[in-house]
Design a protein around this ligand. Structure first.
Ligand code: NAD
Length: 436
């Protein structure tokens, strides 16, 4: 089967390489020539574990290639998959311009009975906007489908090779047959649904996971007031099968390229037919946006004024195992620390430069190349992202001064950090002073 994947970002490259591994002939297409040249040379232009090797083996087997030419990529393709970005507009709704533009560019080369699939995260109603664009350009018989992507950055290759389920939103049997054949090698349930259900299931899944994070944060605040420990509470809750112990992350809130965008998009969608006070998704977003300021406030209650204090921020990516900084907690935390007069020194194992010129050029900001450099002389250490390099680090306060250790993801043992000479501050945990 010949498959075209339009957009070679995290989703497009991973999807292309996995289909190629399964012996389909795959052409990845992007408007970014530099990206395409790099991919054709076997170099993935962003960090994603295992992906570069998979791309290289696809290129070697000749099952995978990349191009900037719509004609070359789309001609004779059985399946044309749109995997371009769907960023947020200022009101939170999604911008479909890239999706529409790709459909428009691909349309002249679509063959009869081609299946045009939207893999990008889009809301119900999107296919209805795409169809007239394509119909205006070609009179070929096109089948439309929605195939949302559920991969997670950091584990994208394994998530795509071994998915929990594949949601196939189709309008007719032909598209279903083609897409079930395309996914025949996957050992995952293929769930046939209408396109609107597939599209909404993607938002419903991400927004539910975001809700768990927000819930854990709200619970953490309650625990602090109640003299309880949020991890103990979550452990007890987790024994209940209806709840489970997975995916509880008290911290600075969710970030990344998907959750913030997908919560805001569903909120904007719900706004169209529901009153604001009934819009749960708006409230999830609001609580998450407030979170970094809440944590900074908590920090200042313990540390006093931040003016002139050195704060080491460890972890700039939005989570471990990625260099993606989209909506990373550091981008919200650091400006607030700088605003309060702190000097911020940051470190991340993979991020070479923080994705904010305003922060990067601030006179009280510096990014260094090791944890040791970052924490030397620090008054406050913020362990922000649970990179193994950070959680395995043997922290030790060799000075006489009081150093606060903010464990922003509750990854450290309180006693160990206190014994190492720090004043431990967790999320939803009781404060522990140094035991030195
Ligand atoms: N990143 C994730 O973890 C993830 C997971 C699941 C779903 N998604 C969804 O998948 C979609 C893609 O996300 P991503 O993170 O891979 O995006 P990305 O921003 O990393 O990549 C998008 C690519 O599309 C290209 N592009 C834009 N317009 C184009 C056009 N007209 N023709 C050809 N190429 C074009 C861009 O140059 C870019 O390389 C989004 O809707 C996103 O919400 C992302």
């Amino acid at each position: 089967m010949k498959v075209t994947v339009i957009g070679t970002g995290f989703v497009g490259v991973t999807t292309s390489a996995v289909y190629a591994k399964q012996k389909h002939t795959v052409v990845g297409l992007d408007v970014d020539e530099q990206k395409i040249n790099s991919l054709n040379a076997g170099k993935v232009p962003f960090f994603e574990p295992k992906l570069q090797e998979l791309v290289q083996s696809g290129l070697k087997s000749k099952k995978l290639s990349f191009t900037t030419s719509y004609q070359e990529a789309v001609t004779d393709s059985d399946v044309v998959m749109i995997a371009v970005g769907t960023p947020s507009r200022p009101d939170g709704s999604i911008n479909l311009d890239y999706v529409k533009e790709s459909a428009k560019q691909a349309a002249p080369y679509l063959k009869d009975d081609a299946v045009l699939v939207i893999k990008s995260t889009v809301l119900p109603g999107t296919l209805e906007q795409i169809k007239p664009i394509v119909k205006n350009i070609t009179d070929k018989k096109i089948h439309y489908a929605s195939l949302p992507e559920f991969l997670k950055e950091g584990t994208a290759v394994d998530d795509t090779l071994y998915p929990d389920r594949i949601a196939i939103g189709v309008e007719d049997d032909f598209a279903w047959e083609v897409l079930s054949k395309l996914h025949a090698a996957f050992k995952a349930p293929l769930v046939r649904v209408r396109p609107a259900s597939a599209q909404l299931a993607k938002y419903a899944s991400n927004d539910y996971l975001a809700l768990r994070i927000v819930y854990a944060n709200v619970l953490a605040d309650v625990c602090e007031q109640a003299g309880a420990d949020v991890d103990e509470v979550l452990e007890i809750m987790g024994h209940e099968k209806r709840i489970g112990s997975h995916y509880w992350y008290p911290g600075l809130g969710y970030g990344g390229s998907c959750f913030p965008k997908d919560v805001k998009a569903l909120a904007a969608f719900v706004d169209e037919f529901e009153s604001p006070e009934r819009n749960l998704f708006r409230f999830i977003n609001k609580l998450n946006v407030m979170r970094p300021a809440d944590v900074v406030e908590k920090l200042t209650q313990v540390a006093g004024k931040l003016k002139g204090k050195k704060v080491a921020v460890l972890g700039l990516a939005f989570k471990p195992n990625t260099d993606d900084q989209r909506e990373a907690p550091a981008l919200f935390l650091i400006p607030q620390l700088l605003e309060k007069g702190a000097k911020v020194v940051s470190y991340d194992p993979m991020v070479k430069k923080i994705a904010s010129e305003q922060i990067a050029t601030h006179k009280h900001y510096e990014q260094v190349r090791s944890i040791k450099q970052a924490i030397t002389d620090a008054d406050i250490i913020v362990a922000l992202i649970e990179w193994p390099e950070i959680t395995d680090y043997k922290f030790k306060n060799n000075t006489d001064k009081k150093v606060i250790f903010l464990d922003a993801r509750n990854q450290f043992d309180q006693q160990t950090i206190a014994k190492a000479g720090y004043e431990y501050l967790g999320i939803g945990r009781q404060r522990l002073e140094t035991s030195n």
